[in-house]
Write a protein that binds this ligand. Structure first.
Ligand code: S3P
Length: 429
């Protein structure tokens, strides 16, 4: 994709359904009794991989554009797959589904693409093994492909060293099949869509926040069945983030983004934009299907450098590529700390952000757990996405404010989470 400078992005848009919630709606719908009807489902490659895997596990799933009906098999009704479960690029499918599969009485194998098969799986293998699961890394490198055979699960208390929703969700889902209570404590609350949705489906789950400090514990105990639900998936704030940044950075712009999920465990970017001086307002705030939703109005603003660290990091981890682009266009220095998890995303994002911002002329210093960015002027460049969808989208926005032409290599990787990304732009021209 080749892009050049733009001005005056104006209009009202909506973004596709939330990726995290879309995955979970298929998974919980599949192991619930009865029908789950999902609207505004994200038809991105990651979530389609989840549908494909659960079909292989014997679940009937009907698709009509972004409306999906899952005919759930009940908690104990999944069937042995005939084939390896192919998760493609999706870490969420891998780690959450592994929690469910650990509780089944049949064997299964999970594998993905080159990037997925290089991501760390010890973080789920260790706690699942502690619960009594039989799960191994086939190549013995602590990565997928994974092999899961019948085990007998016992509830555990797991103190997670990382604030990871995928790890937490994996253990809680396995907890549905364990004897006794299963709980997970994480150092900082990560996205809580699994807990909210499990509650809607009728699971016995509760979350407690420690009075002092940021630790949070979620506890689940087995139930007889989960029950199918109607789920309206909110717009994905991680997708809205690119248009928030475009609205702030591109001169003479005003963009209204409708129906965006602003769950506090996801909305860190809004606080950062405010701290940077961004003109953003939330309109029409409401709760639907247990999730906070709002329309977001963004107007062109002068941005200033800021420091981003500590408890807010899990609430904006996927937005750091686009935040880095905003920082590169802001006045002053931006420091990002406590974000070492960036190294184990679809790419090592500390590296991919640094290399591509440098190519655009930005003064950026990578650190062990983040980066230091000096704001300035960006210049068109060739962007190496390394097939990371968020790098492709973040640098597409950078291209709109850079001097000259920018070429985004392998921009098709955007299909993972936002197949209509460039079409949404057309609506703003
Ligand atoms: C996700 C959790 C986060 C996030 C990922 C989606 C989820 O990963 O980065 O894009 O849906 O649970 P971690 O759990 O590894 O932090």
């Amino acid at each position: 994709m080749e892009l050049t400078t733009l001005t005056g992005l104006k209009g009202t848009i909506s973004v596709p359904g939330d990726k995290s919630i879309s995955h979970r709606s298929i998974m919980l719908g599949s192991i619930a009794k009865g029908k789950t009807e999902i609207t505004h489902f994200l038809n991105g490659a990651d979530c389609l991989a989840t549908i494909d895997c659960f079909r292989k596990l014997g679940v009937a799933i009907e698709e009509r554009d972004s409306s999906i009906t899952v005919h759930g098999n009940g908690l104990y009704g999944l069937l042995p797959p005939n084939d390896i479960l192919q998760v493609k690029n999706s870490g969420t499918t891998t780690r959450l589904m592994a929690g469910i599969l650990a509780g089944q009485s049949f064997d299964s194998k999970i594998s993905g693409d080159e990037s997925l098969n290089a991501r760390p799986m010890r973080r789920i293998i260790a706690p699942l093994t502690q619960m009594g699961a039989n799960i191994s890394s086939i190549l013995r490198n602590d990565c997928a492909p994974l092999y899961i055979t019948k085990g007998h699960l016992q509830g555990i208390h797991y103190q997670s060293p990382v604030a990871s929703a995928q790890v937490k969700s994996c253990i809680l889902l396995a907890g549905l099949y364990a004897d006794g209570e299963t709980s997970v404590t994480e150092p900082i609350l990560s996205r809580n869509h699994t807990e909210l949705m499990l509650k809607e489906f009728g699971a016995n789950i509760k979350t407690t926040h420690q009075l002092a400090g940021s630790e949070t514990t979620s506890t689940i105990s087995p139930c007889e069945e989960l029950y199918g639900q109607k789920i309206c998936v909110p717009g994905d704030i991680s997708s809205a983030a690119y248009f928030i940044a475009a609205g702030l950075l591109v001169s003479d712009s005003e963009i209204l983004i409708k129906n965006v999920g602003i769950n506090p465990t996801r909305a860190g970017i809004l606080k950062v934009c405010e701290d940077m001086g961004g003109n953003i307002s939330l309109l029409n705030e409401r709760i639907e299907c247990g999730e906070h939703i709002a329309d977001i109005l963004v107007k062109t603003s002068k941005l200033y450098g800021t420091t981003i660290q500590g408890d807010i990091i899990p609430a904006l981890i996927d937005e750091i590529p686009i935040i880095a682009v905003m920082a590169a266009c802001a006045e002053g220095t931006t420091v990002i700390r406590d974000a070492a998890e960036l190294k184990v995303k679809e790419t090592d994002r500390i590296e991919t952000i640094t290399d591509n911002l440098r190519a655009m002329g930005c003064d950026i210093t990578p650190t062990d757990d983040g980066m230091i960015i000096q704001g300035g002027t960006l210049h068109g460049a060739i962007i190496h996405t390394l097939l990371d969808h968020r790098i492709a989208m973040a640098f597409s926005i950078a291209a709109l404010v850079a001097k000259g032409t920018t070429k985004i290599l392998n921009s098709h990787c955007i299909d993972v989470s936002y197949p209509t990304f460039y079409d949404t732009f057309e609506e703003l021209l």
